[in-house]
Design a protein around this ligand. Structure first.
Ligand code: HEC
Length: 211
């Protein structure tokens, strides 16, 4: 009796293994014993979904949501936006609270970023003689000097990095918020502009105890 069960069991097991695993259509999965182990009951992000009016599984963030770390920029891409940024937009950090090492690191970063993103047009010294200007690939790049651009401010420089100006394109997508502000500090240094939180002046203050 025991033997008959053993033989029957073996035959059944073999039939199951061979009968289900050797399907001819190789593009289809064979019989799955526990499908939920492979396919969760949850909707995949990019599949259609009958539970929502728009039929999408991936939901949009609630209106007004701001991604973590993203800093909105409220000035519009218009002359009015430019004028407002020029007058009111200020560097978000107080550089006077930085140690001299911190300032040095910031300016190193700023120089590197400027060299990568701006110097091919504006020149290493900010005189408007970048390599593209020398090779006459682009014209009309101004020097940052106070004689050529007397009215620009930290706010307007940031605004121009965000939106570009005429042939200069926007650099908003290539640079983070902090990187843009670092570049602004470097442009101010090239202009020798006394920024409200002057990087160089503060370094001097620290080296000269009498001040
Ligand atoms: C493709 C060449 C090019 C690149 C790259 C470029 N600029 Fe410019 N930039 C220009 C030109 C051309 C102008 C003059 C625009 C005008 O007034 O018509 C200009 C103007 C400016 C001005 C003066 C704007 C004003 O308010 O009059 C600033 C400041 C400036 N650029 C900063 C930058 C910074 C910072 C970078 C790097 C993040 C940069 N530019 C990258 C071509 C460039």
């Amino acid at each position: 009796m025991k033997k008959t069960f053993l033989i029957l069991g073996t035959v059944l097991a073999l039939a199951l293994v061979f009968g289900t695993s050797c399907r001819r259509d190789k593009t289809q999965t064979a019989l799955e014993y526990m499908p939920n182990m492979y396919r969760g009951p949850a909707f995949e992000a990019y599949t259609s979904n009958p539970n929502f009016e728009d039929g999408l599984s991936a939901r949009k963030p609630v209106n007004g949501t701001i991604a973590r770390g993203y800093i909105p920029y409220d000035y519009s891409n218009s002359q009015q936006g430019y004028d407002s940024a020029l007058a009111y937009l200020k560097t978000p950090w107080d550089l006077r609270s930085f140690t001299s090492e911190e300032k040095e690191l910031l300016m190193q970063d700023a120089k590197e970023l400027y060299t990568i993103f701006c110097s091919h047009c504006h020149g290493e010294k900010g005189d408007g003689n970048g390599i593209l200007v020398e090779r006459e690939k682009i014209l009309g790049v101004p020097s940052y000097s106070s004689e050529k651009l007397p009215n620009i401010t930290e706010g307007s420089i940031y605004h121009v990095i965000m939106y570009g100006k005429n042939i200069m394109g926007s650099h908003a997508s290539q640079l983070s918020h902090d990187e843009r502000w670092k570049i602004v500090q470097y442009v101010l240094q090239l202009r020798n502009d006394p920024s409200p939180n002057p990087v160089t002046a503060s370094v001097e203050e620290q080296t000269n105890p009498e001040v």
